[in-house]
Ligand binder design. Structure first.
Ligand SMILES: Nc1ncnc2c1ncn2[C@@H]1O[C@H](COP(=O)(O)OP(=O)(O)OP(=O)(O)O)[C@@H](O)[C@H]1O
Length: 844
């Protein structure tokens, strides 16, 4: 079927002459076949043929009255004067000199039956137009020589190709047609399969195929379809099909207008409501139940209301229908809150609620400002990405407050069933609506702020992919008619403001990530944490525990102690928990003091309001938490400043790692013993990290002479007669990535040279076999982690210098950054007094 000029249909086609319907290219039509000639075509050609070619037939539509059909050949349809100039073919095969148009189609299904009389049913998909040039034979079925009129490639080329705006009038026509088709789709219910199919086709097919496809799908008479079929020129085809499409749109508009609820319907619905929901809060609040629904949902609910009224309550279906209708009644179809957005107030509110996070707050304000200027803003969906406890959820809550909207959090962590998002079909026992519809029912308005928490932790299972269901929810082009399986009526989600949060982008499904604007929320510095604790966490916790600042005081150095010795995290969640623990302990003391009032409580012997006094007498207020009290309440410190202690042996170096929970310091330890030159790696390492270790050893062996590295017996090859063991502590945690390269080299250089790595240095960077240092990610989080751990010098790749700008000035001032291009520079910076100085230059 393929030739030099593209895909070709066979030049000789058997003709199916039918008066049942009109097959247009791109559409699929079912034909019932019972005339002898057509029956022969099926039995002799379609059922006997074995090749794809033999399933292609020509379908010639016929406008003649089927009542008078005989075994004579029906009249052929003429492309110029369809009705008048029809000619009976059997008169003479050769007299057919004018154009007869049909559609070549591929028979995709043949079904035979003997009842009530023998016949076949064919399912045929139209491929392209053809014209009959001559008839070759008449029996047992008609065979004709044909000429192909349409190109077939258009169905295989992607949307967007083909007719474009540059094509003059044709381009304009196609543009108009496309827009009208989109308008029509907007008025239809997406849950109807044919509508969804039209939407898919509109997105995927090139524009020149649209007149045929749309004319076959919308309501058109056979005569109109024939007009489209006859229009061989593309321009004419658009001109013929456009009025049909416009007519359909106008008709729908009229229908929607007349479907507005009449006073009669209003009365009927109110009566039904009174009988079904006598004490419903809906009735108490709204006198007119009709106003609760939008017209389309009311028309779906009404028959069910009527059915429920007649149903005995003992019927199992009663409870199902009742639950469904309860949901229909409670959903906020038409109810929304009014946005009260004032950017200046929003700025103050965000600043009051959250300390630091300047970049994030700036972007959120920009977003809100655009919303204020253009209320019908579609997208983007903001996605806050950062370690736990850095305030992502709480910023989402503040956005809802600034807009004066309801807030609802949907936890997506671990969700692995798409019906969690989209609900179960009502045919299932125990079916329920999905979380989106449930959330709307909970908040009771159709324009809340929905926080999709932990989108990176969505799962996948045999029950479908919830991320795919979320795509429809988040796509502003589609979510105006979101259909929950349980509800089975489209609900408009376009007013809902979606915000997502995640710990890392790597595990967010790419299609979902593509629909969101990612805003990074990095961890906090020690100073920021102290400020957050004193401005927000302590007052909040005091309030939650019923305490006042007159009863409990936590000085700044105690907070610093909690941050440094009891928590090690990027966010402030553990810090908040520890403050909570202090509040609980103090609350007990305060409550005890209230119950046993002592006459001498106000004149204690010791002027210091000390925690230890508690056991002796009710404490004097305020209770100040000092180091001793802290130790009593929280126990001994969990984290010590272990860095300098652990770097006291050769073969230990300190690296920096990035995890979704923020930056971390990471020790690398190495030891050597007599052996055969084997390398053992432990600490749950990924493949990339193992490769880094091999790279490091190879580089050191290659450069052993330059750096005077020796093996156990003092030989020149460090690995000769030596086994090496490299260990990455915190063995239970899986580690991977190339950024430990420089740390492994430093650790091994220390082992082979017997020299100590500086006790205050941490490093990160990928290495190459030639000894160059390549940039890595997560610099800000890593630097903050090093700062938390009390490191003073940080060795970084040269090309990461730009990332230092993001680091807060006070942290930068505390640290000495050494940026390096090659391993020689790394070693010189990592050891006191340098290592040695061979010259290696990087062109990277
Ligand atoms: N910059 C800040 N200013 C004031 N409070 C903050 C700040 N950052 C975090 N918090 C407080 O820390 C607590 C934890 O924050 P939140 O629950 O928003 O964290 P999260 O980033 O959403 O964490 P997760 O990823 O685990 O959901 C909240 O009580 C919040 O008020």
């Amino acid at each position: 079927m393929t030739s030099g000029s593209g895909i070709q249909i066979p030049s000789r086609l058997p003709l199916l002459l039918t008066h049942e319907g009109v097959l247009l290219p791109g559409s699929t039509v079912r034909f019932s076949v019972d005339s002898p000639r057509n029956m022969h075509l099926v039995s002799h050609r379609l059922l006997k043929g074995t090749s794809l070619k033999s399933t292609i037939i020509g379908v010639i539509p016929n406008t003649r009255d089927p009542e008078h059909d005989t075994d004579d050949l029906p009249s052929l349809h003429n492309c110029f004067e369809a009705q008048e100039r029809t000619v009976v073919i059997s008169a003479s095969l050769l007299r057919l000199s004018f154009c007869r148009i049909g559609t070549a189609g591929i028979a995709v299904q043949v079904v035979g039956s003997n009842w009530p009389k023998p016949h076949y049913t064919l399912l045929i998909t139209g491929l392209c137009r053809f014209s009959v040039t001559s008839l070759l034979k008449e029996r047992p079925f008609v065979l004709a020589e044909v000429e192909q009129l349409d190109k077939l490639e258009q169905y295989t080329s992607p949307a967007g190709e083909g007719v474009t705006a540059e094509d003059g009038e044709l381009g304009e026509l196609s543009q108009k047609f496309h827009q009208a088709a989109i308008q029509l789709l907007g008025m239809l219910d997406m849950s109807v399969p044919v509508v969804a199919k039209l939407r898919r086709l509109l997105d995927s097919l090139p524009r020149e195929t649209l007149p045929d496809v749309v004319a076959s799908m919308i309501r058109t008479s056979n005569k109109e379809k024939l007009q489209v079929l006859d229009a061989v020129s593309l321009e004419e085809r658009f001109k013929k099909a456009l009025p049909m499409l416009t007519r359909q749109i106008e008709g729908l508009k009229l229908l929607q207008k007349t479907r507005k609820i009449s006073p009669d319907t209003e009365k009927r619905v109110t009566n039904i409501f009174i009988s079904l929901f006598p004490f419903s809060r809906v009735l108490l609040k709204f006198k007119k139940p009709c106003s609760l629904f939008d017209p389309s949902s009311l028309w779906i609910a009404l028959p069910r209301f009527a059915r429920l009224k007649k149903m005995p309550q003992s019927m199992p279906e009663y409870a199902l229908t009742r639950n469904y209708l309860d949901l229909m009644v409670e959903l906020p179809w038409n109810k929304s809150t009014k946005d009260c957005l004032d950017i200046r107030a929003a700025r103050t509110l965000l600043d009051n609620d959250h300390y630091a996070m300047d970049k994030l707050k700036r972007r959120v304000l920009e977003y809100l400002a655009v919303r204020q200027l253009k209320t019908s803003l579609k997208g983007p969906i903001l996605c806050f990405v950062g370690p736990p406890g850095v305030g992502k959820t709480s910023v989402g809550r503040s956005i809802a407050r600034t807009l004066g909207r309801e807030f609802h959090r949907i936890a997506l962590g671990g969700v692995c069933d798409q019906s969690d998002i989209r609900g179960h079909r009502r045919t299932y026992v125990g079916s329920m609506p999905g979380r989106i519809i449930n959330g709307l029912k909970t908040v009771g308005v159709n324009n809340p702020v929905f926080l999709l928490d932990e989108v990176d932790k969505l799962g996948k299972s045999l029950q479908g992919d919830p991320a795919a269901a979320l795509l429809e929810v988040l796509d502003p082009e589609q979510n105006h008619s979101f259909t929950d399986h349980y509800l089975n009526v489209a609900f408009d989600l376009s007013q809902v403001l979606f915000i997502a949060t995640a710990n890392a982008t790597a595990t967010i499904p790419p299609a979902l990530l593509d629909r969101m604007e990612v805003l990074q929320v990095p961890g906090y510095t020690q100073e920021e944490k102290v400020e957050i604790a004193h401005r927000h966490l302590i007052p909040n916790q005091l309030e939650q525990h019923g305490l006042t600042p007159q009863q409990l005081q936590i000085p700044q150095n105690t907070t610093t102690d909690i941050i440094g010795r009891y928590t090690r995290e990027a966010g402030v969640r553990s810090l908040e928990r520890k403050i909570g623990a202090i509040c609980r302990a103090v609350a007990v003391k305060v409550a005890e003091g209230h119950r046993v009032p002592r006459s001498d409580a106000s004149t204690p012997e010791s002027p210091r309001r000390h925690w230890q006094l508690f056991n002796a007498a009710p404490p004097e207020m305020p209770i100040v938490i000092d180091h001793t009290a802290l130790k009593d309440i929280l126990g001994p410190p969990v984290f010590e400043m272990e860095v300098s202690e652990r770097l006291t042996l050769p073969g230990v170096a300190l690296g920096l790692a990035w995890t979704p929970l923020g930056g971390e310091i990471m020790f690398v330890e190495a030891s050597r013993m007599e052996g055969e030159g084997q390398l053992t790696l432990t600490g749950q390492l990924g493949d990339v990290m193992k490769e880094s270790a091999h790279l490091a050893i190879s580089w050191l062996r290659a450069n052993a002479k330059v750096y005077k590295l020796t093996n156990i017996v003092g030989g020149p090859d460090p690995l000769e007669g030596t086994d090496i063991h490299l260990h990455f502590p915190a063995g239970a945690v899986t580690k991977d990535g190339p950024s430990a390269g420089v740390t492994i080299v430093t650790c091994l250089a220390s082992l082979f040279s017997g020299r100590l790595v500086r006790s205050d240095v941490a490093m990160t960077g990928e290495i190459t076999l030639r000894g160059l240092v390549l940039p890595v990610g997560g610099i800000k989080d890593k630097v903050l982690a090093a700062h938390r751990a009390g490191v003073k010098r940080i060795i970084l790749p040269k090309r990461n210098e730009k990332d230092l700008e993001e680091i807060p000035a006070n942290v930068r001032a505390d640290l000495d950054f050494v940026t390096t291009k090659n391993l020689d520079e790394v070693l010189n910076a990592a050891f006191d007094g340098g290592f040695t100085h061979p010259q290696l230059t990087s062109k990277l």
